[in-house]
Design a protein around this ligand. Structure first.
Ligand SMILES: [Zn+2]
Length: 221
């Protein structure tokens, strides 16, 4: 690919796959080995930018950067960090929509490695299984902490919930601001992106409308 094509993919935020593209040896190195290696690379980047790494304020930055990448921003790359999502029997026989809204999205765009911040709103209609509400937040947090594309993040969350809950009746909406849109490129400070993924009963517009109405607190009947 030439440089123009690379920019086009970044600016249009094109995703190639539902799965996060990972190398087969992605987790051969330990976290400590990755931190050590990334620290060295980032030190070089800072030097190339002309920064003086003997300065007290800068000397620890390569280590802080590497640790932040491996342990915080991108902890969700490693399946070993996936939260345990135990389900419970639907003892109440609750068969209506259950909505979890305003779940924090703290992610990073895989084209520019800049933050994506916003909220996810999720609903499902229980079949025989229900899940602890905080587990939905944990699942969102896990998938968000990877280099991401918003469409893929939305799909990965939905597919996992469908599998875990054993139902297609799941809807996921994400509203998010991309710093690569607000701080560089077009530099639009106000726009945000909405992605919607759904299956099962949410294919019916009446169910989607009920869900959207619940998000604004205007649920009628
Ligand atoms: Zn971007």
């Amino acid at each position: 690919m030439n440089k123009e094509q690379l920019d086009t993919i970044g600016d249009n935020h094109i995703s190639s796959n539902i799965e996060t593209p990972l190398m087969p040896d992605a987790f051969d190195k330990t976290d400590q080995e990755k931190i050590r290696s990334i620290q060295g690379h980032f030190e070089k980047i800072m030097r190339d930018l002309g920064l003086d790494l003997t300065d007290d304020s800068l000397s620890g930055t390569p280590y802080r950067f590497a640790k932040m990448y491996v342990k915080e921003l991108f902890y969700g790359l490693n399946p070993a960090n996936k939260p345990k999502l135990s389900t419970f029997e639907n003892k109440y026989g609750y068969k209506k929509m259950l909505v979890e809204q305003n779940i924090t999205i703290d992610s990073s765009c895989e084209h520019h490695f800049l933050p994506i911040v916003g909220h996810a709103h999720i609903a499902y209609v229980p079949n025989d299984k229900v899940i602890g509400l905080s587990k939905i937040n944990r699942l969102v947090d896990y998938y968000a902490h990877r280099p991401q594309v918003q469409e893929r993040l939305c799909l990965q969350i939905m597919k996992d919930l469908q599998d875990i809950l054993d139902t297609e009746d799941v809807i996921v909406v994400i509203n998010a601001k991309h710093l690569c849109v607000s701080s560089r490129g077009i530099k639009d400070k106000n726009s945000f992106t909405t992605t919607v993924e759904y299956g099962g009963c949410f294919e019916q517009v009446s169910n989607r409308n009920e869900f959207f109405a619940s998000l604004t607190g205007r649920l009628e009947d």
